[in-house]
Design a protein around this ligand. Structure first.
Ligand code: ADP
Ligand code: MG
Length: 592
């Protein structure tokens, strides 16, 4: 076989395959072009998952009439001149491959005009042919891509349903909306506007536009630990979600490097690692982080899609990201701090009356902390609605949590929250979450030491189990004994209960066993049976929201909490307390 150079039509299709994998890749390339053209408004319209129709319009610099055709030639770009600046790429595009690639697998219409021209240009591109004619239009560029992959049935087969492709496009588009808060984005799918941002320039506002004000208010500004200035070269900024705000997939985390969305598994991993211990496993944070890295420190010319990136000093980048996220989380969490804000929030005002001493004005961030914490408390009081989903995971034990200071209990609010004073301000403790933590750690420790606290019953009781309960019991007899049940078989699915865990003394002992077995079966999201068992007792045995407690009981509980390894969160990782430190109290009351 002789070696031949492929005809351009074929080679461009092969090259296109690397860049234009699916409709979302088209949108990505077109949006990047709009952003490179300094657009302040970008509108995206798709139909049928983008397979039939994609339009991206912008108000950017436009393309002058005589250059419009060249833009569709392979390696034609206005963004690179000499080879020298490949090492310092500041635009999103630079390879000059997107437009020709898109045109080789679809029909493209381009309408464009620069501000200096009186009239615009329309180009129709398809089947290797280009036609051009003048057309009146506003300055800017609009590209319409029709019948994607119509000439590549093989590629078309790999596409998913229109709905799936549409949602991929939407995820992609929101990433750019987040990366460019100063750009006004609008996207519509099949004639319906699915999101719009204001372009006002505030990242938090983009969160409000794309999610809602609660999410926007709860997001945490990345704070940089000034002790580590040695890595001045890499500066992460943006907003990351508090541990209370998680999602079931990674789509809500976007990491950019100099405004470019990048797929770098290690970077994503470094980011998630920073959340370890703060959120449950298989839950993912919400975040938009931009890493400002000097251009000469990175290489984006790794793959035609430009989403892969190489760092000259990888380790520094990862650790800068991790350190910033970790520092931010420890600064705000696990005890959410209430902070000052000049504007009173009506929502908070009503809350301040229910929690006597809270000021009527503090930041949206704090408000949402409180709100989300409140929601969680209801959740927990409602027997852990989340636990049933199996999504929740125990938190790791290697968390560098600071110990809890000694607290003095002042009183109880709504029979649910303990108000206490510490060396640095006021604390509000969720009594159920706190007690769950205490019981959980104690049962785990006792079971590990094989010395459970058992309360023998005056009168043994017989308990009939259903098939599932008895299956759980039979397969974990030893564990059930380790957590404090004294139990014997007494015929098919009937058992004699002689003693119960010391932490379960209240209530009907037989019912306690049934509940614990059921909870163990559900798992509460915990992996190991030891944790499942401990959690079952904690969940069943912990004092509840609504239980009136005496000062002595509350003091005892906070003392036990102080002894915990992870006092700041319940076994599922939700906060056990809120903290308002002395300086914010002073600020709020205008003493400082
Ligand atoms: P690249 O972005 O790598 O330069 P493309 O094939 O994506 O390559 O685009 C080719 C050229 O077409 C760009 O360099 C730019 O000059 C021009 N262009 C494409 N889209 C736009 C747009 N929306 N506004 C202005 N110019 C554009
Ligand atoms: Mg481009």
């Amino acid at each position: 076989m002789s070696i031949k150079v492929l005809p351009p039509q074929l080679s461009s299709k092969i090259a296109a395959g690397e860049i234009i994998e699916r409709p979302a890749s088209v949108v990505k390339e077109l949006v990047e072009n709009s952003l490179d053209a300094h657009a302040t408004e970008v509108s995206i319209e798709i139909r049928a998952g983008g397979i039939d129709y994609i339009r991206v319009s912008d108000n950017g610099v436009g393309i002058i009439a005589d250059e419009a055709e060249v833009a569709f030639e392979r390696f034609a770009t206005s963004k690179l001149s000499g080879a020298s600046n490949l090492d310092a790429i500041e635009t999103l595009g630079f390879r000059g491959e997107a437009l020709p690639s898109i045109a080789s697998v679809s029909r493209v219409s381009l309408i464009t005009r620069t501000a200096s021209e009186d009239t615009g240009t329309r180009l129709e591109v398809g089947d290797g042919e280009i036609t051009r004619r003048p057309e009146g239009t506003d300055p800017g560029t609009s590209l319409v891509v029709r019948h994607l992959f119509r000439n590549l049935p093989g590629r078309r087969k790999f596409l998913r349903s229109a709905a799936t492709e549409a949602s991929r496009i939407q995820t992609m588009a929101t990433r750019y909306a987040f990366a460019y808060p100063r750009v006004k984005f609008e996207m519509s799918i099949d004639g319906k506007i699915v999101f719009a941002t204001s372009g006002a320039g505030e990242l938090r506002e983009v969160f409000a536009d794309l999610y809602n004000v609660d999410v926007a208010g709860a997001m945490l500004d990345i704070v940089i630990d000034t002790d580590f200035s040695d890595e001045g070269l890499v500066v992460p900024s943006g907003l990351i979600g508090p541990p209370s705000l998680t999602r079931s997939n990674r789509n809500h985390t976007s990491i950019f490097v100099n405004g470019r969305w990048v797929q770098n598994r290690m970077l994503g991993y470094a980011f998630e690692e920073a959340y370890r211990g703060f959120i449950m496993e298989r839950r993912y944070p919400m975040a938009v982080v931009n890493m400002a890295v000097p251009h000469e420190e990175i290489d984006v010319n790794v793959h035609p899609s430009k989403t892969e990136i190489r760092f000259r000093q990888e380790g520094k980048v990862f650790s800068a990201l991790q350190r910033a996220v970790r520092y931010t989380l420890t600064t705000y969490s696990p005890i959410p701090e209430m902070k000052q804000q000049p504007v009173a929030i009506p929502h908070v005002a009503s809350m301040s009356s229910s929690i006597g001493f809270l000021p009527t004005s503090f930041s949206g961030t704090a408000e949402s902390h409180i709100k989300s914490a409140m929601d969680m408390h209801e959740d927990i009081a409602g027997h852990n609605a989340n636990a049933q989903t199996g999504l929740n995971q125990p938190i790791s034990s290697s968390i560098p949590y600071s110990a809890l200071p000694v607290l003095r209990v002042l009183g109880q609010v709504h029979n649910t929250y303990i108000v206490a004073e510490g060396p640095d301000g006021a604390y509000i403790i969720d009594q159920h979450a706190a007690h769950e933590r205490v019981v959980f750690e104690r049962v785990m420790a006792d079971a590990a030491a094989r010395s459970p606290q058992v309360q023998m019953l005056m009168e043994p009781v017989t308990v009939d189990l259903d098939p599932r309960q008895s299956e759980i019991l039979d397969s974990h007899l030893e564990l059930v004994a380790q957590i404090g049940f004294k139990i014997e078989g007494f015929g098919e699915r009937t058992y004699i209960l002689r003693g119960v865990p010391g932490l379960l003394v209240d209530g009907d002992p037989g019912q306690g066993l049934l509940d614990v077995l059921d909870l163990m079966g559900d798992g509460g999201g915990f992996d190991t049976w030891e944790e499942r068992a401990a959690y079952s007792i904690a969940c069943h045995g912990a004092i509840r929201a609504g239980d009136t407690l005496s000062i002595q009981e509350m003091s005892e509980l906070t003392r036990q909490l102080e002894e915990c390894n992870q006092p700041h969160t319940c076994p599922h990782g939700r906060p056990t307390m809120l903290h308002m430190n002395s300086s914010s109290l002073e600020r709020e009351f205008g003493r400082r």
